[in-house]
Design a protein around this ligand. Sequence first.
Ligand SMILES: NC(=O)C1=CN([C@@H]2O[C@H](COP(=O)(O)OP(=O)(O)OC[C@H]3O[C@@H](n4cnc5c(N)ncnc54)[C@H](OP(=O)(O)O)[C@@H]3O)[C@@H](O)[C@H]2O)[C@@H](O)CC1
Ligand SMILES: [K+]
Length: 512
Amino acid sequence: MISAYSGTAVRATEKPLLDAGQGHALMQKAAYGLYAGTVRELQSRRGSLYGARVTVLAGAGNNGGDALYAAARLAGRGAGISAVLTSDSAHPGALAEFRRRGGRTLSLSNDIDACLRLCTTADVVLDGILGTGGKGGLRGPAALLAQTLAAAEHRPLVIACDLPSGVDADTGETPGDHVTADLTVTFGAVKTGLMAGPGALAAGRIECVDIGLGNIPAPALRRLEPTDLAALLPVPRSTDHKYTRGVLGIAAGSVTYPGAAVLATGAALSTGLGMVRYLGPEPVGRLINSVHPEAVCGTGSVPDTQVQAWVAGPGAGTDEHQRQRALDAMASGLPAVVDADAIAYAQPGLGPQVVLTPHAGELTALLSRLGEDVSRSRIEADPLRFARRAAALTGATVLLKGWATLAAAPTGETFSQAEATPWLATAGSGDTLAGILGALLATDRWNHDAGQAPVPGHYAALAAAAASLHGRSGTLAAQAGPVEPSRLPAAIRTVIRTLQDARNAGVAIPVV
Ligand SMILES: NC(=O)C1=CN([C@@H]2O[C@H](COP(=O)(O)OP(=O)(O)OC[C@H]3O[C@@H](n4cnc5c(N)ncnc54)[C@H](OP(=O)(O)O)[C@@H]3O)[C@@H](O)[C@H]2O)[C@@H](O)CC1
Ligand SMILES: [K+]
């Protein structure tokens, strides 16, 4: 599990250490981590460091200090080092060491063209303009620098020091121009802003360097890793039969949109469960059975159907019966995935076992109905805040889909998963995610262990697991070309088998 903390929390944890005079030692550890991360990246990309051109973008604060010290170490390995000073001042000790190692410096305010050239002709750019002390986006010439880097024809490798400059460490917002990195080497703890919103996209791959900060209070955000995912996947016990494994009710699809029901059913069956009971129009049931003969299809009502969890909404359109089933599923007290058209029926007072699965547009409409007018672009700029807000207002768990998909519990626990491939942005992809999550809810052991209340955030963890499984399956399927959602079930089974085989063998779980 990766835990992320707000920049504010990390700074508060650092404060006593700084007051005790350990600032220099902490900076040396951070700089060494950045140096080592850069060496690894360069060696894997070009085989050697010798002769690599490294340009540091150094701001006035400690972030620039880290990057200058790291570059000074790189000079010791044969790299040619230069720095663009983006402010009138720079960390004095780090600048002196940088120059002592032969680094040359240019001032951004003196010769902007030469500085831009230094960036676009580098092999590696170390971004040390702003760290956790940054406020607002990049300004003036530093903003131009970031734009030039983003548009460069031969883009150098960009490694962010602690976080890409211009990203808000607490929220992932990018209020103005910002650096986009290939790799972010972050210090002490992963910052929340690297795993949420535009910051997650700007961060690239994340490496965290331990600099001995000790414990930071409760994480703001968590991310499931393969071992966590494997532990949440359903494994049948030898005493199980189809009913004890878990039965999922699916009230999805309509005569207008029958395919959504087929996709949700296929994904649920591939995730592994005892049975799918489908409720919906007869022609849709017949279509499902032509692909999945094992699904039990009917036209009945939710209260008359015995299941452990529900999926409601995908492809339901304006079908009145499906609307009633979605309302009944939400009121049933059972875990329920409420997707697509059914999200419109969500009201305050739901429990955490109800998982709403909006994208940003659907969340805009939901929040507006709940009395909060906020634009889609505002939600996309700060998804963490609005996923949590929707969870607090409805009492439900909210899975907000996006580049980094967020799962927020009404009690505040939040997960971020970023395994998805852009190839998954296709019609039918959401129906598949709903089916996967439905299967995880139907087979969830808390469901079957009567009398035990799930821990807070439990349904958010399951929603995150579904998002991770969906993303990994999409990435695997994309290896064979553009992803059709109907191809995802085969990939889901492969990902699950890989995770379970590795867990059973007690070996490190490969990242699919
Ligand atoms: N603390 C520690 O123990 C350790 C910290 N470490 C490292 O330090 C980093 C935090 O360092 P930091 O506090 O010096 O802040 P940092 O982000 O470098 O710069 C602040 C400066 O930028 C300025 N400024 C602000 N916004 C601006 C803008 N939009 N555009 C332009 N300028 C702007 C601001 O000016 P002001 O607003 O105050 O006038 C101030 O001068 C942290 O991320 C990590 O890398 C590690 O070494 C490990 C030990
Ligand atoms: K930075």
